[in-house]
Unconditional design. Sequence first.
Length: 504
Amino acid sequence: MRSTSVPIAHPDSLFVDGKWVRPESGGGIDVIDPSTEKVYVRVADATEADIDRAVAAARTAFDDGPWPRLTHAERAEYLRAMGASLRARVDDIAQIWPSEMGSTHAVAHAFAGTIGDVYDYYADLAGTFSFEERFDDPPGGGRLALLVREPVGVVGAIVPWNAAINIMAYKIAPALLAGCTVVLKSSPEAPGAGYVMAEIAEQVGLPPGVLNVVTADRGPSERLVRHPGVDKITFTGSLAAGRRIAGIAADRIARITLELGGKSAAVVLDDYDVATAAADIAAYACFLTGQVCSALSRIIVTRGRHDELVDALAAEFAGVTVGDPFDAATGMGPIATRRQLEKVERYVHTGVAEGARLAFGGGRPAGLTRGWFFEPTVLAEVDNAATVAREEIFGPVLSVIAADNEDHALELANDTDFGLNNSVFTHDPDRAYAVARRLRSGTVGHNVFRSDMRIGFGGFKQSGIGREGGVDGLRPFLENKTVVLDAVPTHIATLAPADDGSTR
């Protein structure tokens, strides 16, 4: 049920240095509910001066504060408290998420219930990850060499609007465990999750400046990337913004992790049932209204089964109820913003103009006169060189592409500037593994969209740099240091080397 109130306490303020402060300009940002087109909440609009304040707070907390000097186990206790607090806020998150970007309430509630586990996962790494590795009798002389992994410093974390509470977890949790301090920059379209995290930071007693939360548009966001007090940027968002960030960061040799776009392929092999493939592909295409970087948006099938798969996808989409995200009967909510809706509409028109056949959807659902709603859409007979097959649409639009044979299907799947995610549909697990090894993407699923954040998530080619999730999601927040000693320090002398030569 839709709540009549917004479950955040200080929407007119920023969270800087452990305090709620008004923005320098006194300005605000109207956040629009995409299903009603009405203002959901008005939040503080950070200026470049506010970014400077937040970075200064994070810099002081890192350089002079207790946070980097706590043990990993001590920091882990804060992470566990944050995870517990997130579980207590599931209902609030499940109200905010649909109201800001249109996710169905059911999906928001289910996913919100898992976010606390991310903080617990990284808390557990405090006891298992090798923050120090020991090497006896180094060849250059000395009694002992150590590889120590230390926090990279102040982190600027920039999150998008589609799944903010989830994405920020994979930035905040590993950064804090490492001993970094963070300036979190929320999207102006979906700032609510950032406010929830700021309230949780205050609740669990994070030291001042360890987590700072601001909402800002492009100019102040670029100030965060350029700021000499920020050691690392971790960004999730568009390819265009990622290119801009990479260029700025390169200019001052700042560390970066970039999780960017995708144009992911579902490769349906000839042994797999078309109706089953269509049901699984269509179900995920409606998740977050297709506004997912890893969405399977290119559907590649051999030419003789193309029309059968198109018809099956159209039949699946015909059964999807589009509407109010708080209605339990709704299968897909609205597009997040008017600008994004217009972009999706343009892509569909371009696809048809370039020769694709509109097999289903392509417009506003009947009876919905208010809200940024769009039908789930199937484009058939798409050339892999067409715009809709090359560029990320970020909406519920599938492009079905015909291949001559299996080898050609894999060639088409890899013929893209992106490499974030793919799936292969086959009943043969050996064949699935062989195909997965040939696909150039950071994740490959079998018979449905699949991923495993315990291992990691990220892309090949222009889908980004680095990984988030798992142990590999912790490493980018650490710097390696080699220490060669003539004597063995006390804390090492009392510990035997582990089987891998490390101590923790």
